[in-house]
Design a protein around this ligand. Structure first.
Ligand code: PMV
Length: 350
């Protein structure tokens, strides 16, 4: 048997300016542009291998060791587009093997809980599209491939790039200009770190697609968000990243997380993604920043209760000493904070 195989990894990305709302559900076209930070490959990532060969008749997928269906419309759309691009190459060069006619076997492994509000679909679709594009030896750029990944899961388009990434919403009805572009590579601002506080690792109640639809249909606050708030924030956040302006970046990140969750609450009936522990984390972050009189930490929450905290490397000990004391059992941070400082902090926090 002859097999051709290609593999890739795609990391999770966490939006600092949130995508929430689709102007076209089938094409996954957003109502606003968004910005994210892609985590390092050593942290949360999907590893995907794609194989094809003349004897493979069907497309099959194994996710975390279990066979899963490839039947969803979104996955089918990605496979169709990738095959069409491969077919074009085969039509131009008849010596190429006919990959576009053969089945695909895809094996994917996440190193974190799937569908637990940790952006697993973003890393999953990004890895799927890039692995197949490599297998098919497609000449398309990452930005062009991001248009395909976008159709699998909107936020997936941003996971094709490392570092700081913008998803430009575009204007075209066919989505041909709705793609991810790099703002800066990770090396531009390596001091920026992310920590994930897993509040609840179970599957989320309201999927992002149905949540978005409800918000777009029913929230008046949402109209204001997409018309005036996000377009300005997009410019300012890009500038904050380019200038490594940490305090500006932190403020905008927290405000945008709050604004997104406010539109969820303004949906009718309301959608609650954050729980009491999430709110405790928000309060804690503000108290830490107040205590130090400067931005030490910025929180952001996606469509679930888990928190992503951004901070600068130099402030790691300052931050985790508090987290350890208040949430217990974070190993490694036990000795980093004096009791006296903790007492002073607790007076402010409680
Ligand atoms: O890509 P989706 O359909 O899973 O939606 C992602 C939505 C948020 O995570 C809440 C925001 C974002 O920009 O990633």
């Amino acid at each position: 048997m002859v097999y051709y195989i290609a593999s890739t990894t795609a990391p999770v990305n966490i939006a600092t300016l949130k995508y929430w709302g689709k102007r076209d559900k089938a094409l996954n076209l957003p109502t606003n542009s968004s910005i994210s930070v892609t985590l390092s490959q050593d942290d949360l990532r999907t590893l995907t291998s794609a194989a094809t060969g003349p004897e493979l008749r069907q497309d099959k997928l194994w996710l975390n060791g279990k066979e899963e269906s490839l039947a969803s419309e979104r996955t089918q759309q990605c496979l169709k587009e990738l095959r069409t691009l491969r077919k074009q190459l085969e039509d131009e060069d008849s010596s190429l093997p006919k990959f576009s006619m053969w089945g695909l076997h895809i094996v994917s492994q996440n190193n974190f809980p799937t569908a637990a509000g940790l952006a697993s679909s973003a890393a999953g679709f990004a890895a799927l599209v890039v692995a197949i594009a490599r297998l098919y030896q497609l000449p398309q750029s990452m930005s062009e491939l991001s248009e395909i990944a976008r159709q699998g899961s909107g936020s997936a388009c941003r996971s094709l790039f490392g570092g700081y990434v913008a998803w430009e919403m575009g204007k075209e009805a066919d989505g041909s200009d709705s793609k991810a572009v790099e703002i800066s590579p990770m090396e531009h601002w390596p001091q920026l770190k992310a920590a994930i506080l897993v509040v609840n690792a179970s599957k989320k109640d309201t999927s992002s697609t149905s949540g978005m639809q409800l918000t777009v249909k029913t929230s008046e606050l949402f109209q204001e968000r997409v018309k005036t708030v996000v377009p300005q924030r997009f410019i300012h956040m890009k500038e904050a990243i380019e200038n490594k302006n940490w305090s500006r970046f932190s403020e905008l990140t927290m405000k945008d997380s709050n604004s997104f969750h406010a539109t969820c609450l303004d949906s009718y009936p309301p959608i609650f993604y954050m729980n009491d522990t999430s709110k405790k984390i928000v309060r804690l972050c503000h108290a830490i920043n107040d205590f130090y009189g400067t931005y030490v930490v910025a929180y952001t929450f996606d469509a679930g209760p888990n928190a992503v905290l951004y901070y600068l490397q130099e402030n790691e000990a300052k931050l985790f000493a508090f987290i350890y004391k208040l949430f217990d059992k974070v190993p490694g941070w036990e000795t980093k904070f004096s009791e006296q400082d903790l007492q002073k902090f607790l007076e402010v926090y409680e």
